[in-house]
Design a protein around this ligand. Structure first.
Ligand code: PLP
Length: 430
């Protein structure tokens, strides 16, 4: 069943129609990465038209409902991934479905040359939801990488206007992940992303997280901005140390460097406060959001506080789809639902419940439990990708965040009994 001598995957083989030939190759599995199985080689079932950028698992989803996704055969899967932190209200959330269908019937898109009531309402509501963190204005785009690009342009323009050239460096942290454009790869402090695609955008340097003296040295008079994920997602779900973030805020305020929080994964309620920075009691100058913000419709947002709210002039930045009406209509539903004290408290409660259940297993193979709210990483002894594949077979969808870290980003609307049933499956696998 593995004609090229590649790895045989019984689960995969069982999932495939019997009349076709599976050609599963194990390609260059290196330390720290999951076994890389080229399932695109499998003709006629998994589509071969895509570029080979994703390790797509052998399941085709046709619909979702709440915390569940259903495959072509009608098999039900409990979704602890939310499409990597996107479907925060679960699948087919009635108010979201209604808002999208009404908006698409009315108008899907108007260019930013014109005004739109729904986009204006979304921007107003978003700035209002982030006003506790000091935010005053927003630029809307379509993705996280784009939101971070916008943030870096804000920092550079702010610095240039005030101090002239030569003060353009953006400091980011080792282990960070900020997106896949060439500039956001420059911002990303992980060497594994830096091969094959250089030369990169200049003017990015990395500081070691948690090291206050090193940050003090890095934030010199060439620096325009400091970009930090308050809870690093891709790097194993690691919350920054509160004292480190406080020192970062102090240095930035003293030196007039823009403090920018990448909350693309940890924002919009994920950690139990609307913005993760609020949980740390810090007011950054810029916050970036994406993923959960429109509950599944592509969106990105860069918000700026007092210092930088008016830094751009007409023509400085733009995006054809930015502020798209479907994203705005969906975003309004997310904001109306999530920016609510009782709803946010329940996210914290569910996250604590997950951590308590896992701790109660007393399993020596569970080495660490990290994260805040419903953003959770657990370090295990087994290969996390193996656990993910076996969990899929058993009807549970998981994410990884490193070779030995299983990550959950379940929908905020997940029910207690669904959490318990997913964790019963996981317990047997770790
Ligand atoms: N920043 C963080 C913290 C992320 O987790 C991600 C995506 O995982 C990004 C930026 C990039 O977002 P996008 O894939 O929407 O460009």
């Amino acid at each position: 069943m593995a004609p090229h001598g590649g790895k045989s995957l019984p689960f995969l083989e069982a999932a495939l129609p019997p009349f076709t030939v599976l050609n599963v190759l194990t390609m260059g599995a290196s330390k720290g990465t999951p076994p890389y199985v080229n399932i695109c080689e499998y003709k006629g079932w998994i589509m071969t038209d895509f570029m080979n950028t994703y390790h797509r698992l052998p399941v085709t989803f046709t619909r979702g409902e709440g915390a569940y996704l259903f495959d072509e055969a009608g098999k039900r899967y409990l979704d602890f991934t939310s499409g990597i932190g996107v479907n925060c209200l679960g699948h087919a959330y009635p108010a979201l479905v209604q808002a999208l269908s009404e908006q698409s019937a009315a108008c899907i898109h108007v260019s930013n040359y014109f005004q739109s009531a729904v986009a204006k309402r979304f921007a107003r509501k978003l700035v209002e939801a982030c006003s506790g963190a000091g935010m005053k204005s927003v630029f809307l785009g379509n993705s996280g990488a784009e939101a971070n690009e916008c943030a870096c342009k804000i920092a550079r323009k702010y610095s240039l206007k005030k101090y002239g050239p030569g003060r353009h460096v953006i400091v980011t942290l080792r282990g960070s992940f900020h997106g896949r454009t060439v500039t956001m790869l420059s911002a990303t402090g992980q060497d594994k992303f830096h091969k094959d695609f250089g030369p990169f955008t200049e003017g990015f340097i990395y500081a070691p997280p948690g090291d206050i003296p090193a940050l003090d040295r890095a934030l010199d008079n060439t620096v325009a901005g400091l970009l930090i994920e308050p809870v690093q997602g891709e790097n194993g779900v690691r919350a920054q140390d509160a004292a480190y973030l406080e020192a970062a805020a102090r240095f930035c305020a003293e030196r007039d460097i823009l403090l920018m929080f990448d909350e693309i994964q940890c924002g919009v309620g994920r950690t139990g406060s609307f913005l993760a920075c609020e949980g740390f009691g810090i007011k950054p100058d810029v916050v970036t959001l994406a993923k959960a913000l429109s509950g599944g419709v592509p969106v990105g947002a860069a918000l700026a506080g007092e210092k930088a709210a008016d830094v751009f002039a007409v023509g400085d930045h733009a995006s054809t789809f930015g502020g798209n009406l479907l994203a705005a209509a969906a975003g309004l539903v997310v904001l109306e639902t999530v920016h609510n004290a009782a709803f946010l408290k329940d996210i914290t409660r569910k996250g604590d419940m997950i951590r308590d259940i896992i701790r109660s297993w007393n399993k020596p193979s569970v080495k660490d439990i990290r994260g805040k709210g419903l953003m959770i990483g657990i370090d295990i002894e087994r290969d996390a990708w193996d656990v993910l594949e076996t969990a899929l077979e058993k009807g549970l969808l998981l994410l990884t965040a490193g070779a030995k870290t299983v990550r959950f980003l379940p929908p905020y609307t997940i029910r207690d009994e669904e959490i318990e049933s997913g964790l019963r499956i996981l317990r047997e696998l770790v």
